[in-house]
Design a protein around this ligand. Structure first.
Ligand code: ANZ
Ligand code: ZN
Length: 810
C-alpha cells in the first residue's frame, strides 16, 4: 500500500495548502525536527499526534496548512564536521535527506512545497533581516557583561542553557567570562508576555503557562535608596518594604561592579580573593537556601532611612549581580537567608512582624501585625503586611527615599555565539562609524563554504574570526576598511519565526507576505515536546510581538493552542543508549507497517501522556487494521445507496460513533476515538457475517465511516478501503459525515421517577444506563430534591434501570 499511495498523494498534491481558498483555515504546526540522525520514536509519536487534528479539520471542510521543515543550524553538525574533517553542511543535509525520506514514508499530511531549512541561505537571509529590524528598533544591542562560558563548547550560553551549573549540551561546569555580546531586549516585553497569556488560558497546558509566568518572574515591591559613607546612594529592590525597620545590614553582589566601587582600600584584597572563588559557582547554587552564607565586609556603612541606624555593608554571593539592583537590605527577622547571614556575622536580628504564638522557626515570613516598626514621624506598628507596605512606600516617597516598583526575573536574550554553524550577525564594525548594519541588498551574509574540520574547532572566539578574507570588508557607510562581526546567532533565533516563513518559504521579496500571514496565523494547533515549554515559546512570543509592533502582522500571540505530547518510553524508562532500551523506528515500520505504528502511538494513551512501548502491541494494531480493511472488501452494495433502509441496529452504532468522535476529537481524546472505531468495526463485522449481510447499505455506511475515521491515523489502510468502497481518492479530502440525531436518541427511554410511589418527574436516559447512574440522575432532579427535602430525606431508593426510580422518604 505504501508503494501505491505515496506516489499518488505526491502527484495529486493532496496536502498542498492553497492560500487562495474560500474555506475557513486551520494551521497545524509541529515543532520542526533537528536533523540528528534519522527520525526516532519520539518524532513518530509527535507527528502521529499532530496529524490527527490536521486530517480531522481537512475532513471537516477546513483549508488546512500543515507544513514541515528543519531546524538545521547548531552545534552537533559542527562537532561532526570537526571530527570528520568536513563542512557542517554535509552532515546536516545528509541527515535532512534521511529524515525527509522517513518522514514521507510516515505519511504525515504535510505540504512539502513549503519545506524549509534554517541553514539555507534563503532562510537565514531573513533571520539576518530580522536581526537588523530589531537593531533598527533598538531591540538588538551589544554590551559588556559577565556571561556564562562553557569551557568545553568554547561558547557563551544563555542563562537558560545552564542547567544546575553545567552546560545544557555537554554537562561541563559553566564559568563566567567578561565578554561583549549581542542581546535582544526581550525585557521590554516582559509585561506583555505576561498579560497576553490571558489569550492562551485554557488552550495551552496550565503547567506551561506556569513555567512561562515563573520565568518572567514579576515581583511587586519598592526601590529604596540608602545613603552610604563616602557619598554613595545605593538603591535596593525589595518585595517587603514593610520590614525596613528590621534591616540591620546591607549586602551587595560580590561580583558586581558596585562592590568594587564601594570597598575601602583596606578590604580590597579580601574582596578580590572572595570574587575569585565565586567564578565557579552557578547562580542557582548561589541562591540555594541551604548554602552556607559567606561574605566580605566592605569597610563602609549604610544609613537605614527609616531608623537612621548605621548598617554594615557586605559583599556576598547570595545576592545576584543581575537581579533587581544587585543590592539588598538584610532583614534577618523575616528572611531566612538574611537570618543565616546575620548568624554567621553576628549581626542584630529584630522581628518586625509578630509571628503566631506557637511559631518556633527562625525567620518568620508569614502574615501578621507589624511590631518594632516606629521611629520619628513614621509608624507601622499594628498594621497587617499589605497595609504596612502601602504606608511605608508612601512615607518613603514623601522623603524622596523610595518608590513603588515592579521587578522582573526575565533577562535580555543573549544571542551571540562564538561558533560557526549559525546565521552570521549582519553587522560591520568600523573604526569611524561604529556598528554599521549590513545593507539589506547585501544579505545574506553567507557563511564561507571553504572552511572545514580543524578550522572550525572552538578557540574561544568564533572560527569565523580566523578567516581574514571573510572578515574584511569595506564599511558600507564610509567605505574604509572594516570588519564583519564574527559571531553567529543562537539557534533559538532561527526557530523563533519559522512558523511565519512557512507562509511563503521561497519569497525573495519579504520575510513573509503580511496579508497571507494574517490569514493563516495564529497557528491553530502547535504540537511539540514540553522541553520547549520555556525558551522556544517565550522567544517566539516575543518575536511575534516585535513583528506586530513593526506593523508586519496583526496578531500578538503565535500559537493559539499548544499540545505537549508525552514521551515514548521502553520498559518505563526513557530510551537511551546507556540503558540499551532504544527502539529503532525504521525496524518497527518495516515489521508492522507505518499505519500500525502510527495507530499504536495514538491509541496507547491520551496524547499528553507517555507511551511505554513495552506495554503496547503494534502487532495487535496491525491485526485490527487488517480486520477493518476486510470490511471494505466484503461490502457488496454500490456506493451512494441510501443507508436509511439498512439495519437500524448498526446505524445506531455508526451514528453514535460519528457524534462521539467529533466531541472526542475536539477534546483531543484521540485514543478514545480509536476505541470507538474498534467497536464499530466489530459491530459491522457481526452484521456482515450473521446479520443483515454484505449487501446491506448500513454495512457500507459503517465501513465508509471506518475508513474516514481511520484516515486520521492509518492513512494507507484508509485510502485503500476508500478505493475498495468505490470512491475516488483521496479519503483525506472526503467530507466528514453528519450524524442523524434521530439515530442517537433512538437508544434512549423515558424513565419515571416516583417519590413514595407517586409519579413526580420524568427523565430521558440511555437504554443501557446503569442502576447507579440512573439513581444519581434521578436524585439530582430539582423537583425530586424538593420532594425529598419536604418529606424528611431519603430512606431508601429502589431502582429498576432503565425505567423506574422510586424514592422512599421519611
Ligand atoms: C528585604 C526583604 C525582607 C526581602 C523580607 C524579602 C523578605 P523576588 O520575590 O524573587 O523578586 N533580593 C533582591 N534582589 C536580589 C538579588 N539581586 N539577589 C538575591 N536576592 C535579592 O525576591 C525579591 C527579594 O529578594 C527582595 O526582597 C530581596 O530581599 C531579595 F522579609 O528585601 B527582600
Ligand atoms: Zn565606516
Amino acid at each position: 500500500m505504501e508503494a501505491k499511495w505515496l506516489p499518488f498523494w505526491e502527484q495529486d498534491g493532496t496536502f498542498v495548502a492553497k492560500s487562495a481558498d474560500d474555506r475557513p483555515k486551520k494551521y497545524v504546526c509541529d515543532m520542526f525536527p533537528y536533523p540528528s540522525g534519522d527520525l526516532h520514536m519520539g518524532h513518530a509519536e509527535a507527528f502521529a499526534i499532530g496529524d490527527v487534528p490536521a486530517r480531522y479539520w481537512r475532513l471537516r471542510g477546513y483549508n488546512v496548512l500543515h507544513p514541515v521543515g528543519w531546524d538545521s543550524f547548531g552545534l552537533p553538525a559542527e562537532n561532526a564536521a570537526i571530527k570528520n574533517n568536513a563542512h557542517p553542511a554535509e552532515w546536516t543535509y545528509r541527515n535532512i535527506d534521511t529524515q525527509a525520506t522517513s518522514f514521507k514514508r510516515y505519511a504525515i499530511s504535510t505540504d512539502w512545497t513549503r519545506r524549509l531549512h534554517t541553514s539555507d541561505e534563503m532562510y537565514y537571509r531573513w533571520t539576518q533581516w530580522l536581526f537588523l529590524k530589531l537593531f533598527e528598533q533598538g531591540l538588538a544591542y551589544r554590551k559588556d557583561s559577565p556571561v556564562n562560558w562553557c569551557p568545553s563548547c568554547q561558547t557563551v550560553l544563555a542563562n537558560e542553557q545552564v542547567v544546575s551549573g553545567a552546560c545544557e549540551r555537554c554537562g561541563t561546569p559553566v564559568t563566567k567570562k567578561a565578554l561583549n555580546q549581542w542581546y535582544f531586549r526581550i525585557t521590554d516585553y516582559a509585561d506583555r508576555l505576561l498579560d497576553d497569556m490571558e489569550q492562551l488560558e485554557g488552550s495551552w497546558p496550565e503547567r506551561v503557562l506556569a513555567m512561562q509566568r515563573n520565568w518572567i518572574g514579576r515581583s511587586e515591591g519598592a526601590h529604596v535608596d540608602f545613603e552610604l559613607d563616602g557619598d554613595h546612594t545605593v538603591t535596593v529592590f525589595t518585595t517587603r518594604p514593610d520590614t525596613i525597620f528590621g534591616a540591620t545590614f546591607f549586602v551587595v553582589a560580590a561580583d558586581a561592579q558596585l562592590a568594587t566601587e564601594l570597598v575601602t582600600d583596606e578590604q580590597r584584597e579580601e574582596l578580590a580573593a572572595y570574587r575569585e572563588q565565586l567564578k565557579s559557582v552557578s547562580d542557582i547554587e548561589r541562591q540555594a537556601t541551604d548554602r552556607k552564607k559567606t561574605g566580605v565586609f566592605l569597610g563602609v556603612h549604610a544609613t537605614n532611612p527609616a531608623t537612621g541606624a548605621q548598617m554594615p555593608v557586605y559583599a556576598t554571593d547570595y545576592v545576584l549581580a543581575d537581579y533587581g539592583t544587585g543590592a539588598v537590605m538584610g532583614v534577618p527577622g523575616q528572611d531566612q537567608r538574611d537570618w543565616e547571614f546575620a548568624k554567621t556575622f553576628d549581626l542584630p536580628i529584630v522581628r518586625t512582624v509578630q509571628p503566631p504564638e506557637d511559631f518556633d522557626g527562625e525567620a518568620y515570613t508569614g502574615a501578621g501585625e507589624a511590631i518594632n516598626s516606629s521611629h520619628g514621624d513614621v509608624s507601622l506598628d499594628g498594621l497587617e503586611v499589605e497595609q504596612a507596605k502601602a504606608t511605608i512606600i508612601e512615607w518613603l516617597e514623601s522623603q524622596g527615599a523610595g518608590r513603588r516598583t515592579i521587578n522582573f526575573r526575565l533577562r535580555d536574550w543573549l544571542v551571540s555565539r562564538q561558533r560557526f554553524w549559525g546565521a552570521p550577525i549582519p553587522i560591520i564594525h568600523c573604526a569611524a562609524c561604529g556598528e554599521v548594519p549590513v545593507p539589506e541588498e547585501q544579505l545574506p551574509v553567507a557563511l564561507p563554504t571553504n572552511m572545514r574540520g580543524e578550522q572550525l574547532a572552538p578557540k574561544g572566539q568564533s572560527p569565523l574570526a580566523s578567516n581574514a578574507e571573510w572578515v574584511s570588508v569595506s564599511c558600507p557607510r564610509c567605505g574604509e576598511k572594516a570588519s564583519r562581526d564574527t559571531d553567529t546567532m543562537d539557534t533559538f533565533v532561527d526557530s523563533s519565526w519559522y512558523y511565519l516563513r512557512y507562509i511563503d518559504p521561497a519569497s525573495t521579496e519579504a520575510i513573509f507576505p503580511t496579508e497571507e500571514a494574517n490569514n493563516w496565523l495564529p497557528v491553530d494547533q502547535y504540537v511539540g515536546g514540553v522541553e520547549h515549554a520555556i525558551l522556544h515559546l517565550l522567544y517566539s512570543r516575543f518575536i511575534t510581538k516585535a513583528l506586530h509592533d513593526m506593523g508586519l502582522i496583526n496578531f500578538v500571540e503565535p500559537f493559539r493552542a499548544l499540545l505537549n505530547q508525552g514521551q515514548v518510553l521502553n520498559g518505563g524508562r526513557a530510551m537511551s543508549k546507556s540503558l540499551g532500551n532504544g527502539v529503532d523506528l525504521g525496524e518497527q515500520l518495516d515489521e508492522f507497517g507505518v499505519d500500525a505504528v502510527r495507530l499504536t502511538m495514538v491509541f496507547a494513551s491520551p496524547p499528553e501522556d507517555d507511551v511505554d512501548w513495552a506495554d503496547v502491541s503494534p502487532a495487535a494494531s496491525q491485526k485490527f487494521l487488517a480486520r477493518a480493511w476486510r470490511l471494505a472488501q466484503d461490502v457488496t452494495s454500490a456506493p451512494g445507496v441510501d443507508p436509511s433502509a439498512g439495519a437500524q441496529r448498526l446505524r445506531v452504532v455508526t451514528h453514535r460513533a460519528i457524534a462521539d468522535a467529533q466531541t472526542l476529537l475536539d477534546d483531543q481524546k484521540y485514543n478514545v476515538v480509536i476505541a470507538r472505531v474498534m467497536e464499530l468495526v466489530n459491530a459491522a463485522r457481526k452484521e456482515l457475517d450473521s446479520g443483515a449481510g454484505p449487501a446491506d447499505p448500513a454495512v457500507r455506511e459503517a465501513a465508509e465511516f471506518t475508513a474516514q475515521a481511520l484516515s486520521l491515523v492509518a492513512p494507507y489502510t484508509a485510502e485503500d478501503m476508500w478505493a475498495q468502497l468505490g470512491h475516488e481518492p483521496s479519503v483525506a479530502n472526503s467530507a466528514w459525515p453528519s450524524y442523524e440525531e434521530a439515530l442517537l436518541v433512538q437508544d434512549t427511554i423515558t424513565a419515571v421517577v416516583q417519590v413514595r410511589g407517586k409519579l413526580r418527574d420524568k427523565l430521558e436516559v440511555p437504554v443501557d444506563i446503569t442502576e447507579q447512574e440512573l439513581e444519581q440522575q434521578a436524585l439530582s432532579l430539582p423537583k425530586i430534591q424538593k420532594y425529598i427535602a419536604d418529606d424528611g430525606g431519603v430512606r431508601k431508593v429502589i431502582v429498576r434501570a432503565p425505567k423506574l426510580v422510586n424514592v422512599v422518604t421519611g
